[in-house]
Ligand binder design. Structure first.
Ligand code: PLP
Length: 494
């Protein structure tokens, strides 16, 4: 019996969470980013993998596993097997660890495991899906002789991952936008020192709400279909279905590399910002992965915490924290999650999105609340606790966590009291500690020049000596500035 066999005949189509478009194929969903009706792309069905199939995948390399999981989502008439394998190999050849995403048992007595998602070229988990997404875009564009302008707002790690992946792609221009002064120096330099003529980093001043302010400008640009076509705009923010789809793979890989037998329960703790990573976890569970519990870990920015605990989806002012990559007040992938958990009712979801836009607040109905909390809990972690966890884990176990992993590890330790002791908890470590050396200094109470060697990384050291190319701009002028820049670049190309 192979439950996934019915997908051999039926290709997955992609529809919008707002229900306003006819199904499109994978390449269209990928290249458009946003659906034309302003909704997010979702598959019209989710493949299921049986326990036997999953068990048969234990021991596969990350790229071979990725191939198996992606195949039902991407029909082979669009990307034949050999090409898919080549793109995957290419995307992960830049990862420095032999296991790509290693799992480590950091506190054996407590069954606390960490999966390190940060051994890619820009040292954050964003490299996992972004490397693949950019290369697949390039694959389709090259076939068609087309180009795209990628605009992406970043809270620090998306920009570097996209920019790095885009270097050398003739089909793509990349415009990473970041709130100036609100990301780490290391992150900024990963975008401004590439010396690539198709990467134009824009440092934006006046962002009271950080990355969320930038998301609004991007959304506004995409809302104008003529502009979108003229400037050939696309997005690789985690609105792009390809990213969240790809982010289901590391849950399956992490599961297979943590449990003894396939079928055993596992809990997973994830530091959440825009909810793209954890959406991938939910997707993996839908596909058949036996996850006992997801822990949605946030910092003082509690939008997701309130949604899971009170059933109210509402934003508040942004609070800058030591885990800046998850300083997000509107986790836009939550809309996708709500779509699937409200019975795939596009009308209902469109109503909620509009209500949120006008009133900034949506009260979820009882059924949806029950659906979203099935196997999900949320924890909110203060900066003081994050720093204490970093110091404690380093002192007790010699393990140095970055501030985002530390948020999720704090949440995992709190939940350890409620989750049966036999069930391991796997925490997603989303960034290399060296990306946040200032915060590490504060956590470990050590001077910058006295940090342990794991708090530095040769690539980041190298970037310190390179000249920066930075295009500064005020938020009020951003839309205009981008339109001018992109137009002149496209005209220059003819
Ligand atoms: C982006 C990011 C997150 C949050 O991931 P989402 O998919 O936005 O929830 C967590 N940690 C780090 C280091 C990140 O860069």
């Amino acid at each position: 019996m192979t439950p996934s066999s019915h997908f051999e005949n039926k290709t997955i189509g992609y529809i919008s969470t707002r229900g306003g478009i006819d199904p499109v194929e994978f390449d269209t969903a990928l290249l458009q980013g946003f659906a034309r009706d302003g909704g997010l792309f979702v598959p019209d069905q989710i493949p299921e993998f049986s326990r036997e199939e999953l068990a048969g995948w234990k021991g596969l390399s990350f790229t071979d596993l990725a191939h198996k999981i992606l195949r039902p989502f991407i029909p082979s008439h669009l990307i034949p097997d050999a090409d898919l394998a080549r793109i995957l190999e290419h995307s992960f050849s830049t990862f420095s660890h032999a296991h790509v995403l290693p799992v480590k048992n950091i506190a054996p007595g407590d069954k606390l495991y960490v999966m390190e998602l940060f051994h890619g070229p820009t040292l954050s988990f964003k490299d996992i899906a972004m490397g693949f997404l950019v290369r697949v875009m390039d694959y389709f564009l090259a076939q068609r002789g087309e180009t795209l302008s990628l605009i992406l707002a970043t809270t620090g790690d998306t920009g570097p991952a996209a920019a790095h992946a885009a270097v050398g792609c003739k089909t793509l221009d990349c415009y990473p936008l970041f709130p100036l002064g609100m990301i780490s120096q290391e992150q900024q330099r990963q975008m401004t020192t590439l010396g690539a003529d198709n990467v134009m980093a824009v440092g934006v001043t006046g962002c009271k709400d950080g990355g969320d302010d930038l998301d609004l400008v991007v959304t506004q640009l995409f809302a104008d279909p003529q502009l979108r076509d003229r400037l050939r705009l696309s997005s690789v923010n985690s609105v792009n279905w390809c990213r969240v789809m790809f982010q289901s793979i590391h849950y399956i890989y992490g599961y297979l590399n943590t449990v003894e037998r396939v079928g055993d329960p596992l809990a997973v703790s994830v530091p959440c910002g825009a909810f793209g990573n954890l959406f991938g976890g939910w997707l993996a569970r839908e596909m058949g992965l036996p996850i006992h519990q997801f822990i949605c870990a946030v910092n003082a920015n509690q939008t997701l915490y309130r949604a899971f605990n009170d059933g109210i989806f509402t934003k508040a002012d942004l609070i800058p924290t030591v885990s800046s990559a998850i300083d997000i007040v509107v986790p836009y992938n939550f809309w996708r999650f709500l779509y699937f958990n409200c019975g795939r009712d596009g009308k209902k979801l469109a109503g909620w999105m509009d209500e949120f836009q006008t009133r900034g607040r949506v009260a979820l109905d009882r059924e949806t609340r029950e659906a979203i909390t099935r196997g999900f809990v949320a924890e909110s972690v203060s900066d003081a606790e994050t720093l204490a966890t970093m110091a404690g884990l380093y002192g007790d176990h010699g393990y140095l966590a970055d501030p985002h992993a530390a948020v999720a590890l704090t949440a995992a330790r709190r939940q350890r009291k409620h989750i049966p002791a036999r069930i391991p908890i796997l925490t997603m470590a989303t960034a290399h500690p060296a990306k946040f050396s200032e915060i590490i200094s504060r956590g470990l109470k050590k001077e910058a020049n006295d940090l342990p060697p794991v708090a530095t990384h040769p690539e980041l050291e190298r970037a310190k000596a390179l000249p920066e190319e930075l295009d500064p701009c005020h938020l009020d002028q951003l839309a205009h500035h981008l339109i001018t820049q992109i137009s002149s670049r496209l005209t220059g190309k003819g």
